[in-house]
Write a protein that binds this ligand. Structure first.
Ligand SMILES: Nc1ncnc2c1ncn2[C@@H]1O[C@H](COP(=O)(O)OP(=O)(O)O)[C@@H](O)[C@H]1O
Ligand SMILES: [Mg+2]
Length: 281
């Protein structure tokens, strides 16, 4: 398993400024003075500007902000699918210069191959990476257990509920034990109850795998429930309005967490930053 190299998420979340270089102390993600501009004949769009942030190894960071403020763009930068127009993006100390293999990516739509079973959709990741068969098989079994998919390994995507399809997509993203998991509104298309269930599972999976997570979400509650820190972005051109520390223990019972004053403080602060009464998108 890819455990964080030192300490717990809570330990490392605060020592970002003390980074002195050297792989052990490198943050999982570091962005310096990043801007992204899209130019076409018709228009120029500045999607991101002045973005600087560190994400410590093992940390869970949620990103919220208005529609079109550059959240998906930010994840694509980390994945190396997009180059910044200026500034630098580093993943575990290395400058990101092209598509990265040491990440996992989960999107709003599970994007499963309809003709392949749940297990074979998960194994797609192994095939693309030419992972040894035995290792892939063992890891798939572990993930199926961890995400509660046991008994559905041979089901086709259309035989699975939306929540189960997202569990399959999550297993596929975690198969190669990526140190950094990127999630772009992964639970946005699910009904409220399934979403809560998956939030609880996500908290457990994050603790069990020790993976670093960057989660883009519409849901203020989801951000506050899952994250160590919440990055709140401004309207386009997107920049960071504020980073809110979430002072809650790593293990979070759902109902008890919602009832805590710290949860209310964080969600209220996010709402204030996004504009009174406004929903994140
Ligand atoms: N490939 C692209 N070409 C041109 N404009 C883009 C491209 N990708 C995103 N944009 C623009 O950049 C802005 C930010 O997009 P995006 O990161 O998808 O926002 P969000 O995920 O926060 O809704 C939007 O105005 C969008 O239209
Ligand atoms: Mg988006």
């Amino acid at each position: 398993m890819s455990k964080p190299e030192s300490g717990t998420a809570a330990d490392t979340a605060t020592d970002t400024a003390a980074d002195t270089g050297g792989a052990r102390n490198e943050p999982a993600v570091r962005m310096d003075d990043v801007a992204v501009r899209f130019r076409s004949r018709k228009r120029d769009v500045t999607a991101l500007r002045d973005v600087a942030m560190d994400v410590a190894m093992g940390e869970f960071v949620a990103i919220v902000g208005p529609s079109g403020c550059g959240k998906s763009t930010l994840l694509k930068l980390v994945a190396g699918l997009l180059k910044p127009s200026s500034g630098t993006v580093r993943l575990r100390g290395e400058r990101v210069g092209g598509p990265r293999h040491d990440i996992g990516y989960v999107f709003q739509r599970a994007a499963l191959l309809e003709w392949r079973s749940a297990r074979k959709n998960i194994l797609l990741q192994a095939e693309m990476r030419r992972m040894p068969a035995e290792q892939a098989r063992r890891r798939t079994a572990e993930l199926i257990e961890m995400t509660g998919l046991r008994g559905f390994e041979d089901a086709l995507p259309h035989e699975l509920s939306g929540g189960m399809q997202q569990r399959v997509a999550l297993c596929r993203a975690l198969l190669h034990e990526p140190p950094v998991l990127l999630m772009d509104e992964p639970f946005g298309a699910l009904d409220a109850l399934t979403r809560e269930q998956l939030n609880v599972e996500m908290n457990r999976i994050w603790r069990e795998t020790g993976t670093t997570v960057l989660l883009v979400t519409h849901s203020i509650a989801e951000a506050a429930y899952l994250a160590n820190r919440v990055v709140v972005m401004t309207d386009r051109p997107g920049t960071i309005a504020e980073v809110i520390d979430v002072d809650l223990p790593p293990e979070r019972d759902y109902a008890a967490t919602m009832a805590r004053p710290e949860f209310a403080r964080v969600t209220n602060r996010i709402r204030t930053l996004l504009g009174a009464g406004a929903a994140a998108d």
